[in-house]
Design a protein around this ligand. Sequence first.
Ligand SMILES: NC(=O)c1ccc[n+]([C@@H]2O[C@H](COP(=O)([O-])OP(=O)(O)OC[C@H]3O[C@@H](n4cnc5c(N)ncnc54)[C@H](O)[C@@H]3O)[C@@H](O)[C@H]2O)c1
Length: 350
Amino acid sequence: MGQLFVCWTGLGHGDCSAMQQLAAQGLRILESNPFTVDWMRRKVSVIGAGKVGSTIAHLLALKGMANVVLVNRTVGIAQGIALDIAEALPVEMSDVEVVGTGDYAAIAGSDIVVVTAGAQRKEGMSRDDLLKVNADIISSIAAEIKKHAPESKVIVITNPLDAMVYLVKKVTGFDRDRVIGMAGILDSSRFSSFIAEEVGVSVKDIHPLVLGSHGDTMVPLTRFTTISGKPVSDIVDKAKLDKIIERTRNGGAEIIKLEGSSAFYAPASSVVRMIDSILNDRKDVVPCSVYVDGEYGLEGVFIGLPVALGSKGVDRIVDLKLDESEMKMLSDSAAKIKSLMQQVDAMQLK
Ligand SMILES: NC(=O)c1ccc[n+]([C@@H]2O[C@H](COP(=O)([O-])OP(=O)(O)OC[C@H]3O[C@@H](n4cnc5c(N)ncnc54)[C@H](O)[C@@H]3O)[C@@H](O)[C@H]2O)c1
């Protein structure tokens, strides 16, 4: 079906139900009204009401992007945070609903489920050290998503990221377009902020690109990271750029060292960017952890690649012509992730 552009000054209930039926048959509705109509309002569920999950819920509600369901095993925490956010919305002039619960039935009908539950790193730990404890949590959450929100797209945040996205795909059996990991936007954003500080330009003029795993083998691509169209490798000298890359790789650890717990503002903003692109079918090209099946010469692994995100989740993986050294870094990263995926398989979680 095609597209319908809706420009209204007073849509009645009948008009809305007619459009709802057309939308259900595949018609893409484009709005011109800056305020979202109730029937079009989307639903995003966030599992885990810790630092990352609650910040995502807060941002979604402030921006009026979707009704939000916040699920936590400690129900009072989810309910309290949801109530606190909801009580801020009259001030913010946002009329979305925010609900906190421990009951997974509440996620039914979600367009997107975001998984943030699980343990976070402490100082001195690597993300991979979280594998065992978080795999148990994530497999049980994935089973709940399969049961209650079988049509949803899932964005995974919990570490070790690429292995946990793999586990969600494995347990839900969802196709690869609907299971995506968030890391590359965050790593790229960190890279960008350090470059902006070094060069003295606005972050708006920098287009960063960090691929690969969300870990020690992440792949910041200096040829594809540009400042006003010019590769950063032509602007910043190698020694300084190497330091920036090292700082980007250790971006999470730097915050843990300072704060005593892991980052949440930048991770939450990164997730909300993905949600915005999916809910609004924007096809933003952003680095995300996706399942590759031959792309970039890689097979059977979740890894960070540039992806166009649209209404079906992964609209497509964008192909870049990497040179030999870039490809080697990506392959090394894939090998590291595969070994974590094998550890997940060995746990025989269902
Ligand atoms: N992908 C990324 O770039 C990125 C960035 C930041 C954090 N993370 C990861 O995200 C995860 C969450 O981080 P955080 O800072 O929000 O941690 P947090 O400790 O603040 O919150 C985790 C929450 O999960 C809840 N939880 C645990 N088990 C649960 C279960 N079975 N069901 C429902 N809720 C459950 C806990 O009660 C807690 O509220 C960590 O694994 C962290 O490493 C990833």
